[in-house]
Design a binder for this molecule. Structure first.
Ligand SMILES: [Zn+2]
Length: 441
């Protein structure tokens, strides 16, 4: 096999180094932003925060960037890892030990063409003393042979930055989300957090909302939204607040008085999904082309999207039907059961009698049975009859104990102040700045 292998290139290392430095400084800026918020909440923790950032900015993959050289090698199809390493100047003995030790950590068969191996050298023309492969954004495999040969999978740190958003409903919540450049995840979380106090089924023009939520970053790149920390919704019935509170005994969303604002049932079995067909007793069936009532709510989502149990319960059926495809039915209490149809596959361990908790993944979105595309047909059973869950008034989650309230009220006051400070305008993701001096400089 011919192997065109570029020689180690000093310029390339410098370029890469400055790229790393840029990414890291981006990291640092965001981390500081984040810590500003923390200091707002918890008092002054800036000193600690900055030290942490400074420490992080000189290391890459655990190597001090001032003492090592890095260069990327792009993997091509049909290459053997052993060949590449040998051409890099790594001896056979080390290579075979690496391959042996890698077996339990990361199979070399999972290396993908187009991705990089990042070689680390003690100086620009020396043989590598290690290399790195990053299968995804969440971590990397470190092959270290400075002293002894070691292969480790290292999970990367996730940094959460707090963001805010606001919006107004023009035609629908979905459009409000698009108009305000928000992700479905954020609106989804708001609807769940306020599901016991706001009727989102009847969201109307002029309804307004504000949100405080986390966004998660790895190496300065967003990997998606995290938790919703607080929400405000204003409609005909007035102001509605929802504050996330977590203590040893409680985790949930509560209003200004400490009453649960989240229902015992999640609104949708798929996160970040879109309703593609509502519950309708008089629907023209898309496959059968006849009027057949649609006794469920369809949530369109890509193949393989996790499907979650909407509430705690016990699995009653893990089955297959010609129309339903692969499906799971869960019993929640003596009144309610839920059913999830057209799954691509079931989650591991799903069988009759298994206990599931709210939010637990029970299967993955597919189109088995009679389905035109990937979606979950979600069916809600109340006393043995199928109902439209979006029109049901479910009981709220369990109330907070009196003894818990003082701690909650402290948290509530901070979050309410933050929500109230968010302006209404047609832009989103306004960075939070609490120190006015810093904002002006
Ligand atoms: Zn359906």
């Amino acid at each position: 096999m011919k192997n065109e292998h570029p020689p180690v290139n000093g310029k390339k290392s410098i370029l890469l180094d400055s790229l790393i430095a840029c990414t890291l400084s981006l990291c640092a800026i965001m981390a500081i932003d984040h810590f500003n918020l923390l200091s707002y909440i918890k008092g002054n923790t800036n000193t600690v925060a900055q030290q942490e950032v400074a420490q992080e900015s000189v290391c890459k993959f655990g190597f001090d960037v001032s003492g090592y050289f890095f260069n990327d090698y792009e993997l091509k199809a049909n290459q053997f890892l052993g060949d590449i390493l040998y051409y890099e100047g790594i001896n056979y003995e080390t290579i075979s030990e690496l391959e042996e030790k890698s077996k339990d950590v990361f199979s070399v068969r999972k290396l993908k063409a187009g991705k990089n191996l990042t070689f680390v050298r003690p100086d620009s023309c020396a043989a590598p003393c290690g290399f790195i492969y990053q299968p995804d954004a969440y971590g990397y495999v470190l092959y270290d042979f400075q002293d002894s040969v070691q292969v480790k999978y290292i999970e990367k740190d996730v940094v959460s930055i707090v963001e805010t958003a606001s919006g107004e409903v023009e035609s629908s919540l979905w459009n409000a989300m698009i108009d305000n450049d928000l992700e479905p995840a954020v609106i989804d979380m708001m609807e769940d957090a306020l599901s016991a106090t706001v009727d989102f089924y009847h969201a109307q023009k002029g309804d307004r909302f504000k949100l405080v939520f986390e966004r998660n970053y790895i190496d300065g790149e967003s990997i998606g939204v995290g938790k919703l920390l607080g929400a405000y919704y204003n409609n005909d019935n007035g102001d509605h607040y929802s504050v996330r509170y977590k203590s040893e005994d409680y985790e949930g969303y509560f209003d200004l008085d400490g009453k649960a604002t989240k229902r015992a049932f999640l609104r949708a079995p798929v996160k970040f999904s879109r309703i593609s067909s509502r519950f309708n007793r008089n629907r023209l069936h898309p496959v059968k082309k006849r009027r057949i009532p649609h006794l469920g709510t369809d949530y369109a989502a890509p193949y393989g999207t996790p499907i979650q149990a909407v509430a705690n319960g016990v699995v009653e059926i893990v089955g297959y039907g010609r129309g339903n495809g692969k499906y799971v039915k869960i019993r929640h209490n003596k009144t309610y059961k839920t059913q999830y149809l057209h799954m691509q596959k079931f989650a591991k361990g799903m069988k009759k009698g298994v206990r599931v908790s709210q939010g637990q993944v029970i299967g993955y979105v597919g189109s088995t049975g009679l389905a035109t595309g990937p979606h979950v047909c979600f069916r809600f059973w109340k006393n043995g009859k199928q109902v439209d869950h979006l029109r049901e008034n479910f009981p709220p989650a369990k109330p907070m104990k009196e003894s818990e309230k003082p701690a909650y009220f402290e948290k509530r006051d901070e979050m309410k102040a933050m929500l109230d400070a968010i302006p209404f305008k047609n832009s989103t993701n306004i960075p939070l700045v609490f120190n006015e001096d810093e904002a002006q400089s």
